[in-house]
Design a protein around this ligand. Structure first.
Ligand SMILES: [Fe+2]
Ligand SMILES: [Fe+2]
Length: 157
């Protein structure tokens, strides 16, 4: 199971990077007045934190240690469309990595780690879908989309 522990720790690093990156996007979007998109990144960062927890629980069950190191530094992206494009790439790359990890754990007769990775793939594809919808709206309706979304949210309150 040492292979699984290595794969699980690599994924913890990937998830921690996502938490940091999405929180960075969250503060910048909130600062720019784009409340709903800021909230989407915050909500997604919290889900990624839950992924760290799921992975960590599995590592501890396998008697490994959780290496709490992010895999990459935060990228200083402040343009909303560029944030979404980067987030879509991150989700795609996580889903690819987790699919491979699930296969490796399966081949290694570790069905429970395989299931953990498979459930993460589903979540990351859901995030990708949400980010793609936002980016498509910006492309269809122009940059004013985010401002209108924010006014819409404010008038609902
Ligand atoms: Fe995740
Ligand atoms: Fe994700």
């Amino acid at each position: 199971m040492s292979n699984s522990i290595f794969l699980l720790n690599q994924s913890v690093a990937d998830e921690l990077s996502a938490v940091h990156q999405y929180m960075y996007f969250h503060f910048h979007l909130a600062d720019q007045g784009y409340g709903p998109l800021a909230e989407l990144f915050k909500k997604t960062a919290i889900v990624e934190m839950g992924h760290v927890e799921t992975l960590a629980e599995r590592i501890l069950f396998l008697k490994g240690e959780v290496e709490m190191l992010a895999s990459s530094p935060v990228e200083k992206i402040t343009d909303p469309a560029a944030m979404l494009a980067r987030a879509i790439e991150m989700e795609q790359s996580s889903a690819r990595d987790y699919n491979v990890a699930a296969q490796k754990c399966g081949a290694d007769a570790d069905a429970a780690s395989k299931r953990v990775f498979e459930s993460l793939v589903g979540d990351e594809e859901g995030h990708q879908d949400q980010f793609e919808k936002q980016l498509e709206n910006i492309k269809r309706f122009g940059p004013a989309y985010l401002a209108l979304q924010s006014f819409g949210a404010a008038s609902e309150k």
